[in-house]
Design a protein around this ligand. Structure first.
Ligand code: ZN
Length: 881
C-alpha cells in the first residue's frame, strides 16, 4: 500500500512537462504472478530551455528489471530508481531519444484494483487517475498524449481473448501454448486511457455503421454463459452511437469498439479508448435478474462511457483539477440522452433527487469543494457528486443562459478548436463566450466557488395597482477554506401562476433581466417590479431546477397545494408536493420528539389520491410524486440536531395517513396496473411497474398487511416486481413469517448469482431499526459476502451507512463502531473503496449531541490508526476538520 507523503497538489503549481512522449510501445508477457512489461518510449525534449533537466518518471510500487537508453543499458550512476520514481540524470543532447524500461508486476496480488490486476481469472487494467504508474514508469499525467502500440502475450488456453485500445493489427500462435496479439491506437491519448484485457470470456457481437458509412465492429465481452444478459447493453450502445451523431454531430473513430464486464471494479465503468471496461453490474441484465432501475442505469452508463470518446478522450483534461471538464460535461450528455430515450420530466426529477441526495450534503458539509477544485491530496477522492452531478448542472445552466442553438454552436466550436488537446475549464467557457458574445466571468464562479447558494424571495402584490414586487436576495454559506463568497450569476426559471392555473403575462418589468422565462439573479438583491398583474399569483420558482440552489420562500401551504395541483410545469408540481410532504414530516417529527401526537392534515392524502389516478400524467411521474422524501432528505432539510428515530416515525405516520385516506383507490389501481403483457424494459412499462410498486408500499403499511406483498413476491414474473415486494416486506414487516419465507426463497433461487444477491444484501441492510446492525453484522459472514469485492461492500455496508438512518445512526453508537471496523478492514486491500465508504460519516455534525459525539469517536479512531493510506487519511481528516 502506498504511504502517505502528505503532499498537497495545487492548481496554481501547474507547469508543462519538460519532456513529451510522442510514441509508446508496450509489450506485456502476461503471467498471473510475474508479468513482464517492456515499455519503449520515444521521448522528446519540449524545448531548449529544458536541456539538462533530468527526466523524472512516475512509478507506484514498481520493480525495475532493466533500463536502456537508445538501445544501451544505462550505467548505475546515470539513473536512480525507487518504487515510486525513476530519475534519469545523464541524457543525450539530441532532442529525441529512446528509453526502454522493463518492469515486473504481480497482477494476482493487486487487490487495490488499480493498475494491472486479475478479476475472476481475467487480466484487466484500471489506469484512471494514476494507475498506469503501477504498471510502468511514465509521465503519468493527462497532458502527455502519446500514440500507443501494444503487444500482448499470454497462455492461449486460459486467455484466448487479448484486447487493448485501438484497432487489432496482428495475432498469432507462439510455442509453449502461448499466443500474441498486437493493437494499434492511432489517436494520441493520455496514459489514464490505456487498457488491456486478457482472459476467457463469452462475447456478443454486432455492427454499427456510422454517419459517414464507416463500419464499426462492436463486441461486449462477459462471463461465459451470461451472453444473453448483454443484449440490452448492446442495444443501448447502438442507440448511444446514433444519438451522438444526431444531437452533437459526433462520429466514432475506430474500426472496433469493445466493452468488457468485470466483477471486481472500484467504480461504475471506465472510458478507455476503444475498450471500455465496466463493472458487470452495469452491463448484465435480463428481466429475471435485473430491475427497471438496473436497465436504466445500464443505458445511462453505457452512453456515458461511449460519450467520453469525444468529451474526455479526443479532448482530454490538462490536469486533474480539470476533471469536471470531461465528467460534468459527459454526465450532462448522458442525462440528455436518457431524457430523449425516456421521459424528460421524469428524468429531470430523478436527476434532481440524486443531486439533492448526494451532492447537496457534500456541498453543505466538511468535504465541500468547488466543481473545479484548487487543491487535493488524493485525486481519487475527487470523483465526487460535486464534480460529476453539479458539474453537469453547470453545463445545463450554460445552455439555459445561452439557449439551445448558441449552446450547440459553442459545443461545435469546442470540438473544432480543441480536438486533440488537453484542455481546461477556461477553454470550455471561452467557446461559449465567443459564440454568444456574453460575458461568463461571473457565471464561472459556479466552477470555482463551493457551496449551495440560497435564493430568498418575498412577494408583495397590490391588487389596486396591478403591481407585483419580488424582493430577491442571494447568499452563499461559507465552506471549508472559503469563508467569504462572491455573488453568483443564478439563472432562475419561473412562472407567475394565475388562479386558472395558467401562467400570467405581465405588461412591464424592471429590476432584473428576464429572458425566455428565466430571471437572471446577479446582484445580492433584486427589487423586481411587474405591472399588469391584476390578481395575486402563486410563484412557481426554479422551474426544471434551472439552478442547483436552495430556495427560501415565505409560502402559504395553500399556495403550495395549489401549485401541486395546477402548475403547468411538471417539475414544479412535483417540487411543490415534495415541499408539502417534507414540511409535514418535519412538523410531525417535532411533535413526536416532544411526546405529542403527530397530525398530518387532509391536504396531502387528498393530493396523493388525485395524482395517483390522474390519467393525463405518466405512471412514472405519478410514482415519483407519491414517493415521500427519504429520511435522509428530511434530515438534510432539518439540518441540525437530527434525531433519525423521530424522522422515521413521522414519515411512517404520513405513509399510513396517505394509505388510510386512499386505501380503496390504491387497491383498485394496484389491480388495474397488473402486467398482462410480457416484460419489456421500456420506459412506459417500467413506469407502470414503478407506480404499482409504490402503491404496494402504501397498501402494505398497516399492521399485519403482508398478504399483497407476499403474493406479489410469489407470482412475480420479473426482478423489478420481485425485489420490490421483498423490499416492502423487509422494510414494513421485518419480523413477519412471510418476510422470512421470501428472504429464504430469494436466497435459494439466486444464491449462485452474486449480482442478484447484492439486492438481497441491500434490502436487508436498509431495514430500519436498532436490530439492523446485528443483521448486517451477521451478513458479513455469509458465504456470498466478500470484503474484497467492491460491489458486495457497497451493497451491504454502503447501503447500511447511506440508506439506513435509524440502523446506522443507532443512539448507542454501535453502528459507527462497526462501520469504522469495516472501513479499516476494507482499507487493508482497497484504500480507494475504503475512502469512499468513509464519506458515509460526512454529515456527522448535524446529528443530535449524543450521536454526534459517538460518530466523532469513530472518526477519530480511524484517524489515529497507523499507516493509514493517503486516500482514507485525506477523507477522515477533512471530515473532522
Ligand atoms: Zn465519466
Amino acid at each position: 500500500m502506498r504511504t502517505d507523503t502528505g503532499q498537497v497538489f495545487r492548481l496554481e503549481d501547474y507547469r508543462r512537462s519538460d519532456y513529451r512522449i510522442p510514441e509508446t510501445r508496450l509489450a506485456f508477457d502476461l503471467d498471473p504472478e510475474q508479468t513482464t512489461v517492456v515499455s519503449e518510449l520515444v521521448i522528446e525534449r519540449a524545448d531548449d530551455s529544458a536541456a539538462g533537466a533530468p527526466l523524472v518518471l512516475d512509478g507506484d510500487g514498481l520493480d525495475l528489471v532493466a533500463l536502456e537508453l537508445n538501445g544501451e543499458a544505462l550505467g548505475e550512476n546515470a539513473f536512480e530508481a525507487t518504487p515510486d520514481r525513476l530519475t534519469i540524470h545523464a541524457l543525450p543532447t539530441d532532442s529525441t531519444f529512446r528509453l526502454t524500461i522493463t518492469t515486473r508486476v504481480n497482477p494476482s496480488a493487486n487487490q487495490a484494483l488499480m493498475g494491472l490486476y486479475r478479476s475472476s481469472g481475467v487480466y484487466t487494467t484500471q489506469c484512471e487517475a494514476e494507475g498506469f504508474r503501477r504498471i510502468t514508469y511514465y509521465l503519468d499525467r493527462p497532458d502527455i498524449l502519446s500514440v500507443y502500440r501494444v503487444r500482448l502475450e499470454a497462455d492461449k488456453a486460459t486467455a484466448p481473448l487479448l484486447l487493448s485500445n485501438g484497432n487489432p493489427v496482428e495475432a498469432g500462435d507462439l510455442p509453449g501454448g502461448r499466443h500474441f496479439a498486437v493493437w494499434d491506437d492511432p489517436h494520441p491519448k493520455p496514459s489514464y486511457l490505456f487498457a488491456l484485457v486478457a482472459g476467457d470470456l463469452g462475447v456478443v457481437t454486432d455492427e454499427f455503421v456510422t454517419m459517414s458509412s464507416r463500419r464499426v465492429a462492436l463486441g461486449i465481452h462477459v462471463e461465459k454463459g451470461k451472453e444473453p444478459r448483454a443484449a440490452y447493453a448492446m442495444d443501448a450502445l447502438k442507440r448511444s452511437m446514433k444519438w451522438d451523431e444526431e444531437v452533437f454531430g459526433l462520429e466514432y473513430d475506430l474500426d472496433v469498439f469493445n466493452i468488457v464486464a468485470v466483477s471486481d471494479f472500484n467504480m461504475g465503468a471506465m472510458e478507455n479508448k476503444g475498450l471500455n471496461i465496466f463493472n458487470d453490474k452495469y452491463v448484465l441484465a435480463d428481466e429475471e435478474t435485473a430491475t427497471d432501475a438496473d436497465f436504466a442505469n445500464i443505458e445511462a452508463i453505457i452512453a456515458h462511457e461511449y460519450f467520453h470518446n469525444w468529451t474526455g478522450n479526443r479532448i482530454t483534461c490538462r490536469d486533474w483539477f480539470q476533471l469536471c471538464l470531461k465528467e460534468g460535461l459527459t454526465v450532462f450528455r448522458d442525462h440528455e440522452f436518457s431524457a430523449d430515450q425516456r421521459s424528460r420530466a421524469v428524468k429531470r426529477i430523478a436527476e434532481v433527487r440524486t443531486l439533492k441526495a448526494h451532492q447537496f450534503p457534500e456541498d453543505q458539509g466538511p468535504l465541500a469543494h468547488p466543481v473545479r477544485p484548487r487543491r487535493y491530496r488524493e485525486i481519487n477522492n475527487f470523483y465526487t457528486a460535486t464534480v460529476y452531478e453539479k458539474g453537469s448542472e453547470v453545463v445545463r445552466m450554460i445552455r439555459t443562459i445561452l439557449g439551445a442553438e448558441a449552446f450547440r454552436a459553442g459545443m461545435d466550436l469546442y470540438f473544432e478548436r480543441h480536438d486533440g488537446d488537453a484542455a481546461t475549464i477556461e477553454d470550455f467557457l471561452t467557446v461559449f463566450e465567443e459564440v454568444s458574445g456574453r460575458d461568463l466571468s461571473q457565471f464561472a464562479l459556479w466552477y470555482h466557488q463551493a457551496g449551495t447558494p440560497n435564493v430568498s424571495v418575498k412577494a408583495s402584490h397590490n391588487a389596486a395597482t396591478g403591481e407585483l414586487v419580488l424582493d430577491i436576495e442571494q447568499s452563499s454559506p461559507p465552506t471549508p477554506g472559503e469563508s467569504r463568497k462572491r455573488l453568483m450569476h443564478i439563472p432562475l426559471a419561473f412562472g407567475l401562476v394565475g388562479p386558472d392555473g395558467r401562467d400570467m403575462v405581465w405588461e412591464s418589468v424592471e429590476g432584473a433581466t428576464i429572458e425566455h422565462g428565466v430571471l437572471h439573479v446577479r446582484k445580492r438583491k433584486h427589487h423586481v417590479r411587474f405591472t399588469g398583474i391584476s390578481e395575486r399569483p402563486r410563484l412557481s420558482l426554479n422551474r426544471g431546477f434551472s439552478a442547483p440552489i436552495t430556495l427560501s420562500v415565505e409560502e402559504k401551504p395553500e399556495d403550495r397545494a395549489f401549485l401541486a395541483r395546477h402548475d403547468g410545469d411538471l417539475f414544479s408540481r412535483w417540487q411543490a408536493l415534495g415541499g408539502l410532504m417534507s414540511d409535514a414530516i418535519i412538523e410531525a417529527s417535532k411533535h413526536l420528539r416532544d411526546g405529542r401526537k403527530a397530525e398530518y392534515g387532509r391536504e396531502i392524502p387528498e393530493l396523493c389520491g388525485v395524482i395517483a389516478t390522474d390519467d393525463r400524467l405518466e405512471e412514472a411521474y405519478r410514482a415519483l410524486a407519491l414517493a415521500l422524501p427519504s429520511e435522509a432528505d428530511v434530515a438534510r432539510e432539518i439540518g441540525a440536531n437530527i434525531d433519525p428515530d423521530a424522522i422515521l416515525a413521522a414519515r411512517n405516520g404520513l405513509v399510513e395517513a396517505i394509505a388510510a385516506a386512499n386505501g380503496d383507490t390504491f387497491a383498485a389501481l394496484y389491480d388495474q396496473l397488473a402486467d398482462s403483457e410480457p416484460f419489456t424494459p421500456d420506459a412506459a412499462s417500467a413506469g407502470r411497474r414503478s407506480l404499482r410498486n409504490m402503491l404496494l408500499d402504501y397498501l402494505s403499511s398497516g399492521p399485519g398487511a403482508t398478504g399483497r406483498a407476499a403474493a406479489q413476491y410469489r407470482d412475480a414474473g420479473n426482478m423489478t416486481d420481485r425485489s420490490a415486494a421483498l423490499s416492502v416486506l423487509v422494510m414494513r414487516h421485518p419480523d413477519a413469517a412471510d418476510t422470512k419465507a421470501a428472504l429464504a426463497d430469494f436466497e435459494t433461487r439466486f444464491g449462485d448469482d452474486a449480482l442478484v444477491m447484492d439486492k438481497w444484501f441491500q434490502i436487508q441492510a436498509a431495514a430500519p431499526g436498532a436490530g439492523a446492525l446485528e443483521t448486517v453484522r451477521t451478513l458479513t459472514t455469509h458465504p456470498g459476502f466478500s470484503i474484497a469485492n467492491p460491489n458486495r461492500v457497497r451493497s451491504l455496508i454502503g447501503t447500511f451507512s447511506s440508506a439506513n438512518q435509524t440502523g446506522f445512526h443507532r443512539a448507542d453508537g454501535e453502528g459507527y463502531r462497526f462501520f469504522a471496523d469495516i472501513v479499516l478492514q476494507v482499507e487493508q486491500r482497497n484504500p480507494q473503496v475504503a475512502a469512499r465508504l468513509a464519506t458515509g460519516l460526512r454529515s456527522w455534525r448535524s446529528l443530535e449531541p449524543k450521536r454526534k459525539a459517538r460518530a466523532r469517536e469513530a472518526l477519530l479512531r480511524i484517524a489515529s490508526t497507523e499507516n493509514l493510506s493517503p486516500d482514507l487519511r485525506d477523507i477522515v481528516e477533512r471530515t473532522l476538520a
